[in-house]
Design a binder for this molecule. Structure first.
Ligand SMILES: Nc1ncnc2c1ncn2[C@@H]1O[C@H](COP(=O)(O)OP(=O)(O)O)[C@@H](O)[C@H]1O
Ligand SMILES: Nc1ccn([C@@H]2O[C@H](COP(=O)(O)OP(=O)(O)O)[C@@H](O)[C@H]2O)c(=O)n1
Length: 681
């Protein structure tokens, strides 16, 4: 996951390959609650690992359920069997509506029937998301509920015992959010069984007032209840639901969570926009999916996507291009429909998304958020209380997209990076900046990594920052810090020279024989893994850092054929979303087109002292005078060699960090980087 303040997506040009979707959020949290209320053990396969499931798991643990992650990735849940083990708890539920609503209903009923007191709270945005319709329905049943802040909003206190009146149907509004109905459906089997509060089993009737929205999500609830032994009857127009007397949660033993169909929408759109050679294959959802959002596929097809469906996979290619404009009632795909708003930028006319009032009460006011951010890209957008009209875009502007702590805003705006594919567009393609990219943790922590694994960019569009300079000037340290702040990859080019020197030495080669050492390079079996270097599968990282290896590196690096042999290997590090490259000739020879070049120096005395401290702290014996002599010798050789001598590129910014901390140097470089980027400040 990218934990950076922002993530810059370079202009992207194509897409192909296979993605495996994380588990569905809606299914995961419903399954967790049902398993938590059931008797016995449920083994949950392919559960989504995200912020929203983490809060649900934490809440169930607080309530006395036993949950543990097995080594094979399966979650074992031992449920409460409908009996409260903890009668008091304070539960923090983040911004997870799929935890807040059903837990409110379940704990209100449990507190009323068995006695107890529970407080449910979340992040500030959660306290702005209405829950009054559910609270009203539960209060009418007899559950004592206090709204601790504003009436009708979390945080809530649920109290008991209190007598419930279950003879009249339970009324709930269905036209603002279907999650209130889902919450009641998940919770009320607790009382249909009877017994807990000394009452006989009875039918529980739930009646929906207003037209029920998001029916497919209610269908997921009904399907999962059936898997857990509760067969709810519903009438044809989705207004009346009956939980039969005697219904009891019964764990099915094993549950497989299918891939998240809303998450699939970004990759379906990706295929429609950019898979003009080979398809994007999406594994985890397909024609046999129970999630309503698979019907996003139909909307994408209407816009031109060419889709092949299997039972649990999809393959998507570009069909019509530009995409075809759409006018759609999105009630059945409320979450995935946000993706259409960005696809609309690539369409042949204005696209209208209708019946999306529920967007206003989600993680953020999504209608306002989408309109504001689409306009930042340059788009013309019109909005109404429950609709959005998006016009196709020709003149794209580089924009820093605010994401409102809303995972879907972040994910769907990544699709704006394909503006270089807009037909007839003559301007340079522009990058897109996604602010706070880690908000995707809510449902898809590795979204951007997954995206980068199936998209292509032109190498020249992938940004590179070079940091060259003499030994022990702090290049490696600064490179790592800058790369971490930007989410970029790292090229420690010195390690390539070091490993070449080491391998040549081990092979018994004469390090002065440039041709022989160069011939060895293509035969090297090298792997770079999270800062470690593996030579023939052996981790040689420590050996590489030794001063003796540094001298070998300096020796072999003086030969032009060796430098030539390592050239392409270094270019291959230029990968999405960007690169920070550390060495001697990064800005002069390897990446002459780098957007920012830094030449890092420090006095010889400072550098010798740093290296001394570095070695001593690792328990490697060292002498300051010897180090300084070695370092000056290495500087002299690096500066005077004929092939790519150590020198600042003409367009490099020099930074003498003798008196700067690592932090200060990093801030300077990031400041320079901002001035090189096209985004408005
Ligand atoms: N600006 C700095 N101030 C103080 N110490 C630094 C600074 N930059 C790097 N160092 C320290 O100096 C040592 C050498 O830095 P390193 O990044 O390995 O240098 P290089 O890659 O240029 O050889 C490390 O122990 C590092 O923590
Ligand atoms: N791009 C590069 C990187 C390193 N090198 C050589 O490899 C040696 C070791 O590089 P390094 O960056 O690991 O060394 P330190 O600066 O960490 O001491 C340098 O002294 C250079 O001679 C090079 O020639 N070109």
């Amino acid at each position: 996951m990218y934990k950076t303040a922002y993530l810059d997506l370079p202009p992207l040009r194509g897409a192909a390959g296979t993605v495996s979707l994380p588990g569905s959020k809606s299914i995961s949290n419903r399954v967790l609650l049902l398993a938590g209320l059931s008797e016995g053990e449920t083994l949950v396969h392919d559960l989504l690992d995200s912020d929203d499931t983490k809060v649900m798991i934490a809440a169930l643990r607080e309530l006395g359920c036993e949950l543990h992650h097995r080594d094979d990735g399966v979650l074992s849940v031992i449920g409460l069997g409908g009996r409260l083990r903890q009668k008091q708890a304070q539960l923090f539920l983040g911004n997870a509506g799929t935890a807040m609503r059903p837990l409110t209903a379940a704990l209100a009923v449990l507190a009323a029937t068995q006695g107890g007191q529970f407080e449910l709270s979340g992040v500030p945005r959660m306290h702005e998301r209405p829950i009054g319709d559910l609270v009203d329905a539960l209060r009418a049943l007899g559950c004592p509920i206090d709204c601790l802040g504003q009436e009708g909003y979390p945080p809530l206190r649920l109290r008991g015992p209190a007598p419930l009146s279950l003879t009249a149907p339970v009324q709930v509004r269905g036209d603002v959010s279907s999650q209130f109905l889902t919450a009641l459906l998940l919770a009320l089997p607790l009382v249909a069984a009877g017994g807990v509060d000394g009452q006989a089993p009875r039918d529980i009737v739930i009646e929906v007032t207003g037209e029920l929205i998001s029916k497919p999500y209610v269908q997921i609830t009904l399907d999962l209840l059936a898997r857990f032994g509760v067969q709810v009857q519903r009438d044809a127009d989705w207004q009346r639901f009956v939980i039969p007397a005697g219904s009891r949660y019964a764990s099915p033993g094993v549950v497989h969570v299918e891939g998240d169909a809303s998450s699939a929408s970004y990759f379906v759109a990706l295929g429609a926009i950019a898979a003009d050679q080979a398809p994007v294959r999406i594994e985890g959802v397909g024609s046999s999916s129970v999630q309503g959002d698979v019907r996003f596929v139909e909307a994408a097809q209407a816009m031109g996507a060419a889709v092949t469906l299997g039972p649990n996979w999809l393959e998507v290619r570009r069909g019509a291009w530009p995409l075809r404009a759409l006018d759609l009632d999105c009630n059945h795909i409320p979450d995935a429909a946000m993706t259409l708003a960005v696809m609309a930028l690539y369409a042949d006319g204005p696209t209208v998304l209708r019946n999306i009032a529920s967007w206003r009460v989600k993680e953020t006011d999504r209608i306002a958020a989408m309109a504001t951010e689409l306009r930042k890209l340059g788009a013309e957008v019109e909005e109404g209380p429950d609709w959005l009209r998006v016009f196709p875009l020709q003149h794209w502007q580089p924009a820093a997209i605010h994401t409102y702590d809303d995972h879907r805003v972040a994910m769907c705006f990544s699709l704006a990076a394909f503006n270089g594919l807009v037909p007839g567009r003559s301007e340079e393609a522009v990058p897109v900046r996604i602010l706070d990219p880690q908000c995707v943790a809510k449902t898809f922590p590795d979204y951007f990594e997954t995206l980068f694994s199936v998209v292509q960019a032109r190498p020249q569009d992938i940004p590179v920052i070079t940091i060259d300079g003499p030994t022990a000037s702090g290049k490696g340290t600064l490179t790592d810090e800058v790369a971490r702040a930007l989410g970029y990859g790292v090229l420690d080019s010195g390690s390539l020279y070091r490993v070449t020197g080491l391998a040549a030495h081990r092979a018994g080669l004469d390090l002065n024989d440039g041709a022989a050492v160069a011939a060895l390079v293509p035969t090297l079996d090298l792997r770079f893994e999270e800062g470690r270097v593996l030579l023939d599968e052996e981790d040689v990282s420590n050996e590489l850092r030794q001063e003796a290896t540094g001298l070998m590196a300096s020796q072999v690096g003086a030969h032009p054929p060796v430098r030539q042999a390592l050239h392409q290997l270094q270019l291959d590090f230029r990968r999405l979303p960007g690169l920070v490259a550390d060495g001697r000739d990064m800005g002069t020879a390897i990446f002459p087109d780098a957007s920012l070049k830094v030449f890092l120096t420090a006095s010889a005395a400072t550098r010798a002292e740093r290296r001394f401290n570095q070695l001593i702290s690792k328990g490697v014996p060292a002498k300051l005078d010897d180090l300084r002599a070695d370092l000056e010798a290495r500087d002299a050789r690096d500066k005077t060699r004929s092939a790519s001598p150590l020198q600042a590129a003409a367009d490099a910014i020099e930074l003498d960090n003798s008196a700067h901390s690592v932090e200060a140097s990093k801030d300077l470089v990031l400041g320079w980087w901002q001035t090189k980027r096209p985004f408005p400040h």
